[in-house]
Ligand binder design. Structure first.
Ligand code: NAP
Length: 244
Protein backbone atom coordinates (compact mmCIF):
# COMPACT_ATOMS: atom_id res chain seq x y z
CA UNK A 1 0.00 0.00 0.00
CA UNK A 2 3.09 2.21 -0.04
CA UNK A 3 2.49 5.39 -2.02
CA UNK A 4 -1.29 5.24 -1.74
CA UNK A 5 -3.21 8.30 -0.50
CA UNK A 6 -6.02 8.12 2.08
CA UNK A 7 -8.49 10.67 3.37
CA UNK A 8 -9.76 9.97 6.88
CA UNK A 9 -12.46 12.23 8.28
CA UNK A 10 -12.59 12.89 12.01
CA UNK A 11 -8.99 11.80 12.56
CA UNK A 12 -8.18 14.10 15.50
CA UNK A 13 -8.87 11.44 18.12
CA UNK A 14 -10.50 8.12 18.89
CA UNK A 15 -11.22 5.65 16.11
CA UNK A 16 -10.26 8.01 13.26
CA UNK A 17 -6.86 8.69 14.80
CA UNK A 18 -6.18 4.96 15.23
CA UNK A 19 -7.14 4.30 11.60
CA UNK A 20 -4.84 7.14 10.47
CA UNK A 21 -1.88 5.72 12.42
CA UNK A 22 -2.51 2.17 11.22
CA UNK A 23 -2.75 3.12 7.52
CA UNK A 24 0.31 5.37 7.80
CA UNK A 25 2.23 2.45 9.31
CA UNK A 26 1.52 0.57 6.06
CA UNK A 27 3.13 3.37 4.01
CA UNK A 28 -0.07 5.19 3.09
CA UNK A 29 0.06 9.02 2.91
CA UNK A 30 -2.76 10.14 5.24
CA UNK A 31 -4.84 13.30 4.91
CA UNK A 32 -6.22 13.52 8.45
CA UNK A 33 -9.12 15.88 9.06
CA UNK A 34 -10.78 17.54 12.03
CA UNK A 35 -13.20 20.45 12.43
CA UNK A 36 -10.41 22.88 13.34
CA UNK A 37 -7.09 23.81 11.73
CA UNK A 38 -5.05 22.28 14.55
CA UNK A 39 -7.41 19.39 15.40
CA UNK A 40 -5.56 16.65 13.49
CA UNK A 41 -2.04 18.04 13.99
CA UNK A 42 -1.26 15.69 16.89
CA UNK A 43 -2.32 12.75 14.73
CA UNK A 44 0.02 13.82 11.93
CA UNK A 45 2.84 14.46 14.42
CA UNK A 46 2.40 10.88 15.66
CA UNK A 47 2.37 9.60 12.06
CA UNK A 48 5.63 11.40 11.32
CA UNK A 49 7.14 10.17 14.61
CA UNK A 50 6.46 6.57 13.54
CA UNK A 51 8.17 7.22 10.17
CA UNK A 52 5.07 7.89 8.06
CA UNK A 53 3.74 10.85 6.11
CA UNK A 54 0.56 12.88 6.16
CA UNK A 55 -1.10 16.23 6.49
CA UNK A 56 -3.60 17.74 8.94
CA UNK A 57 -6.52 19.55 7.31
CA UNK A 58 -9.58 21.39 8.58
CA UNK A 59 -12.79 19.88 7.23
CA UNK A 60 -16.40 20.20 8.30
CA UNK A 61 -18.06 17.32 6.46
CA UNK A 62 -21.42 19.11 6.55
CA UNK A 63 -20.00 21.91 4.40
CA UNK A 64 -20.06 20.65 0.81
CA UNK A 65 -18.05 23.62 -0.52
CA UNK A 66 -15.28 22.80 1.96
CA UNK A 67 -15.39 19.10 1.02
CA UNK A 68 -15.24 19.87 -2.71
CA UNK A 69 -12.30 22.25 -2.17
CA UNK A 70 -10.38 19.60 -0.24
CA UNK A 71 -10.86 17.02 -2.99
CA UNK A 72 -9.59 19.55 -5.53
CA UNK A 73 -6.51 20.14 -3.36
CA UNK A 74 -5.87 16.39 -3.01
CA UNK A 75 -6.13 15.98 -6.79
CA UNK A 76 -3.76 18.91 -7.38
CA UNK A 77 -1.21 17.77 -4.78
CA UNK A 78 -1.27 13.99 -5.26
CA UNK A 79 -3.21 13.25 -8.46
CA UNK A 80 -4.83 10.29 -6.70
CA UNK A 81 -7.03 9.20 -3.82
CA UNK A 82 -6.96 5.47 -3.16
CA UNK A 83 -8.77 5.29 0.18
CA UNK A 84 -11.62 7.17 1.84
CA UNK A 85 -12.66 6.42 5.41
CA UNK A 86 -15.87 8.22 6.40
CA UNK A 87 -15.36 8.21 10.16
CA UNK A 88 -16.48 11.68 11.36
CA UNK A 89 -19.47 11.34 13.65
CA UNK A 90 -21.34 12.97 16.50
CA UNK A 91 -24.10 12.15 18.96
CA UNK A 92 -26.85 14.41 20.30
CA UNK A 93 -28.71 11.99 22.52
CA UNK A 94 -32.13 12.45 24.09
CA UNK A 95 -35.48 10.75 24.31
CA UNK A 96 -37.45 11.14 21.08
CA UNK A 97 -40.39 12.97 22.67
CA UNK A 98 -38.06 15.79 23.73
CA UNK A 99 -35.65 15.74 20.79
CA UNK A 100 -35.32 19.06 18.97
CA UNK A 101 -35.34 19.25 15.16
CA UNK A 102 -31.84 20.75 15.36
CA UNK A 103 -30.52 17.68 17.24
CA UNK A 104 -31.96 15.42 14.56
CA UNK A 105 -30.61 17.56 11.71
CA UNK A 106 -27.06 17.99 13.00
CA UNK A 107 -26.56 14.25 13.61
CA UNK A 108 -28.02 13.24 10.23
CA UNK A 109 -26.06 16.01 8.47
CA UNK A 110 -22.72 15.03 10.02
CA UNK A 111 -22.97 11.24 10.12
CA UNK A 112 -24.98 10.47 6.98
CA UNK A 113 -24.98 13.46 4.64
CA UNK A 114 -21.30 14.16 5.39
CA UNK A 115 -20.44 10.59 4.42
CA UNK A 116 -22.48 10.93 1.23
CA UNK A 117 -20.79 14.19 0.19
CA UNK A 118 -17.27 12.80 0.76
CA UNK A 119 -18.12 9.55 -1.02
CA UNK A 120 -19.62 11.43 -3.99
CA UNK A 121 -16.47 13.53 -4.40
CA UNK A 122 -14.12 10.57 -3.85
CA UNK A 123 -15.98 8.49 -6.43
CA UNK A 124 -15.13 11.07 -9.13
CA UNK A 125 -11.38 10.66 -8.55
CA UNK A 126 -11.57 6.89 -8.01
CA UNK A 127 -13.70 6.30 -11.12
CA UNK A 128 -11.07 7.98 -13.30
CA UNK A 129 -8.34 5.85 -11.68
CA UNK A 130 -10.41 2.65 -11.89
CA UNK A 131 -9.41 1.92 -8.29
CA UNK A 132 -10.73 2.81 -4.87
CA UNK A 133 -11.43 1.58 -1.37
CA UNK A 134 -14.12 3.21 0.76
CA UNK A 135 -15.07 2.34 4.33
CA UNK A 136 -17.99 4.03 6.06
CA UNK A 137 -18.06 3.80 9.84
CA UNK A 138 -21.53 2.83 11.05
CA UNK A 139 -22.43 1.35 14.44
CA UNK A 140 -23.95 -1.72 16.07
CA UNK A 141 -26.85 0.52 17.15
CA UNK A 142 -27.64 1.22 13.49
CA UNK A 143 -28.62 -2.47 13.36
CA UNK A 144 -30.29 -2.90 16.74
CA UNK A 145 -31.56 0.58 17.73
CA UNK A 146 -30.96 2.25 21.07
CA UNK A 147 -33.28 4.26 23.30
CA UNK A 148 -32.28 7.92 23.44
CA UNK A 149 -30.54 7.76 20.07
CA UNK A 150 -33.20 7.82 17.32
CA UNK A 151 -31.18 10.43 15.40
CA UNK A 152 -27.84 8.61 15.75
CA UNK A 153 -29.29 5.15 15.00
CA UNK A 154 -31.15 6.48 11.95
CA UNK A 155 -27.92 8.05 10.66
CA UNK A 156 -25.97 4.83 11.18
CA UNK A 157 -28.71 2.66 9.62
CA UNK A 158 -28.66 5.08 6.66
CA UNK A 159 -24.96 4.32 6.24
CA UNK A 160 -25.88 0.73 5.35
CA UNK A 161 -28.11 1.85 2.46
CA UNK A 162 -25.52 4.38 1.30
CA UNK A 163 -22.80 1.71 1.39
CA UNK A 164 -24.75 -0.99 -0.45
CA UNK A 165 -26.07 1.33 -3.17
CA UNK A 166 -22.71 3.02 -3.79
CA UNK A 167 -21.06 -0.41 -3.88
CA UNK A 168 -23.40 -1.45 -6.70
CA UNK A 169 -22.84 1.81 -8.60
CA UNK A 170 -19.06 1.64 -8.38
CA UNK A 171 -18.27 -2.08 -8.55
CA UNK A 172 -17.54 -2.09 -12.29
CA UNK A 173 -14.87 0.59 -11.72
CA UNK A 174 -12.97 -1.60 -9.28
CA UNK A 175 -14.06 0.55 -6.34
CA UNK A 176 -15.19 -1.25 -3.20
CA UNK A 177 -17.49 0.35 -0.63
CA UNK A 178 -17.98 -1.35 2.72
CA UNK A 179 -19.14 -0.46 6.21
CA UNK A 180 -17.61 -1.26 9.56
CA UNK A 181 -20.08 -1.41 12.44
CA UNK A 182 -18.24 -1.06 15.76
CA UNK A 183 -19.77 -2.17 19.03
CA UNK A 184 -18.88 -0.19 22.16
CA UNK A 185 -15.38 1.23 21.82
CA UNK A 186 -13.39 3.17 24.45
CA UNK A 187 -13.26 6.77 23.09
CA UNK A 188 -14.40 10.29 24.03
CA UNK A 189 -17.81 9.35 22.60
CA UNK A 190 -18.37 6.64 25.22
CA UNK A 191 -16.35 8.23 28.05
CA UNK A 192 -19.42 9.83 29.66
CA UNK A 193 -21.35 6.58 30.09
CA UNK A 194 -22.13 6.11 33.79
CA UNK A 195 -20.64 3.01 35.47
CA UNK A 196 -24.09 1.39 35.83
CA UNK A 197 -24.80 1.93 32.14
CA UNK A 198 -21.44 0.38 31.23
CA UNK A 199 -22.17 -2.71 33.33
CA UNK A 200 -25.57 -3.10 31.69
CA UNK A 201 -24.03 -2.80 28.22
CA UNK A 202 -21.38 -5.40 29.04
CA UNK A 203 -24.15 -7.93 29.80
CA UNK A 204 -24.80 -7.94 26.04
CA UNK A 205 -21.17 -8.30 24.98
CA UNK A 206 -20.11 -11.97 25.02
CA UNK A 207 -16.43 -10.95 25.18
CA UNK A 208 -17.21 -8.91 28.31
CA UNK A 209 -15.14 -5.85 27.38
CA UNK A 210 -15.29 -2.66 25.39
CA UNK A 211 -13.47 -2.77 22.06
CA UNK A 212 -10.27 -0.83 21.48
CA UNK A 213 -9.71 1.73 18.77
CA UNK A 214 -7.09 -0.63 17.29
CA UNK A 215 -9.74 -3.37 16.96
CA UNK A 216 -11.54 -1.06 14.52
CA UNK A 217 -8.38 0.17 12.80
CA UNK A 218 -7.30 -3.38 11.88
CA UNK A 219 -10.74 -4.19 10.44
CA UNK A 220 -10.59 -1.03 8.32
CA UNK A 221 -7.02 -1.84 7.25
CA UNK A 222 -8.16 -5.21 5.90
CA UNK A 223 -11.08 -3.72 3.94
CA UNK A 224 -8.95 -0.98 2.34
CA UNK A 225 -6.10 -3.35 1.50
CA UNK A 226 -5.58 -4.94 -1.92
CA UNK A 227 -6.43 -8.29 -0.24
CA UNK A 228 -10.11 -7.28 0.09
CA UNK A 229 -10.63 -6.58 -3.61
CA UNK A 230 -13.62 -8.95 -4.01
CA UNK A 231 -15.50 -7.69 -0.93
CA UNK A 232 -17.99 -4.89 -1.53
CA UNK A 233 -21.34 -3.75 -0.15
CA UNK A 234 -20.69 -5.58 3.12
CA UNK A 235 -20.99 -4.69 6.77
CA UNK A 236 -18.18 -5.94 8.99
CA UNK A 237 -19.35 -5.97 12.62
CA UNK A 238 -16.57 -5.51 15.16
CA UNK A 239 -18.46 -5.86 18.40
CA UNK A 240 -17.14 -8.65 20.64
CA UNK A 241 -19.92 -11.00 19.57
CA UNK A 242 -22.77 -8.62 20.39
CA UNK A 243 -25.83 -9.43 18.27
CA UNK A 244 -29.52 -8.77 18.68
P1 NAP B 1 -14.87 10.88 18.80
O1 NAP B 1 -13.73 10.45 19.65
O2 NAP B 1 -15.96 11.70 19.39
O3 NAP B 1 -14.27 11.64 17.48
C1 NAP B 1 -15.15 12.14 16.52
C2 NAP B 1 -14.35 12.71 15.37
O4 NAP B 1 -15.28 13.24 14.39
C3 NAP B 1 -13.45 13.85 15.77
O5 NAP B 1 -12.25 13.77 15.03
C4 NAP B 1 -14.23 15.08 15.35
O6 NAP B 1 -13.40 16.20 15.04
C5 NAP B 1 -14.90 14.57 14.08
N1 NAP B 1 -16.05 15.38 13.68
C6 NAP B 1 -17.14 15.69 14.41
N2 NAP B 1 -17.98 16.48 13.68
C7 NAP B 1 -17.39 16.66 12.48
C8 NAP B 1 -17.72 17.38 11.32
N3 NAP B 1 -18.87 18.09 11.20
N4 NAP B 1 -16.88 17.37 10.26
C9 NAP B 1 -15.73 16.67 10.34
N5 NAP B 1 -15.33 15.98 11.42
C10 NAP B 1 -16.16 15.97 12.48
O7 NAP B 1 -15.62 9.62 18.13
P2 NAP B 1 -15.21 8.08 18.01
O8 NAP B 1 -15.76 7.36 19.17
O9 NAP B 1 -13.78 7.94 17.67
O10 NAP B 1 -16.12 7.67 16.76
C11 NAP B 1 -15.66 7.68 15.43
C12 NAP B 1 -16.74 7.09 14.55
O11 NAP B 1 -17.07 5.77 15.02
C13 NAP B 1 -18.04 7.88 14.58
O12 NAP B 1 -18.65 7.85 13.29
C14 NAP B 1 -18.89 7.11 15.56
O13 NAP B 1 -20.27 7.31 15.34
C15 NAP B 1 -18.45 5.68 15.26
N6 NAP B 1 -18.71 4.74 16.35
C16 NAP B 1 -18.14 4.90 17.59
C17 NAP B 1 -18.40 3.96 18.59
C18 NAP B 1 -17.81 4.07 19.96
O14 NAP B 1 -18.17 3.26 20.83
N7 NAP B 1 -16.91 5.01 20.23
C19 NAP B 1 -19.23 2.88 18.31
C20 NAP B 1 -19.79 2.74 17.06
C21 NAP B 1 -19.51 3.67 16.08
P3 NAP B 1 -13.09 17.33 16.15
O15 NAP B 1 -11.99 16.78 17.01
O16 NAP B 1 -12.66 18.51 15.34
O17 NAP B 1 -14.36 17.55 16.91
Amino acid sequence: MKGQVALITGASRGIGQAIALRLAAEGVYVVATATTDIGAEATVAAIIAQGGAGKAVKLDVTNSAEVEALFKTITAEHGRLDILVNNAGITKDGLMMRMKDSDWDSVIDTNLKGSFICLREASKIMTKARYGRVVNISSVVGEMGNPGQVNYCASKAGIFGLTKSAARELAKRNITVNAVAPGFIETDMTADLPEKGREALMQNVPMGRFGSIEDIAYAVLFLVSPHAGYITGQVLSVNGGMYM
